[in-house]
Design a protein around this ligand. Sequence first.
Ligand SMILES: [Fe+2]
Length: 266
Amino acid sequence: MTRQANNALRIIQVSDCHVSSDPRADYRGENADRNLADLLPAMRAWQPDLVLLTGDISEDGSAASYGRVTALLGTLEAPLLALPGNHDLPDVMKRFFPQGPWDGLYQQVMKNWQLVLLDSTEQNRIGGLILQQELDQLDRCLSSSNAAFTFVALHHQPVPVNSAWIDRYALEDPESFFKVLDRNPRVRCVVWGHVHQEFQSMRGGVHLLGSPSTVANSLKETLRFTLDKAGPACRWLELTAEGEIETGLLRAGQSSATGKTSQRIR
Ligand SMILES: [Fe+2]
């Protein structure tokens, strides 16, 4: 399928790059710059309409790290949307990614889809939190949209991924978050990063998708971070004009999408 043929919105989700000020820095035995760069050919071949970054783009919040990430991903010639993770410094990050939830949530409509980006971070906190006033804003934003379908992105997982080391730092009070989604049936998909592993589930008619890191991932369902030798990855998503979603992972050395799943909801 080509984007011209099916008119789907093609997104690549990039998460948890953990790039440091020093490009030689070690992250869990890996090099963040090199692993991100190694994924670029597969991303380019996939021809995204949009690149969505779901937090922990930087390990240390440095301008140098954001500068190198935007330089690399800018070569894809697709718009960049970004939201912060617990390692990011929003005041620095927003200078490099002007489109994001820097002053309340960020929303944009593309091809029948409302894309909503949330900031689930709180200063000096590893886990996630969305304040009541932010949930109220989300509710207003979702209910007033003219788009047929909605896609929501945040950094922290709103459901456990069954790995104790990272579920300690999940989104707090996910029930309040899901209450807002339940009032807005156009929501079809929620994506996040933070978990350094792939995760897929359904809740009602909503896809719940956790995405891997571009630097280092863990084997699933482990008590401690346990390096997954399958390596770094990013997620691709096709959101069709009819509200269907297809998704899978891209890895270094792949020239086309694999692991493609057809998950159709109407
Ligand atoms: Fe994180």
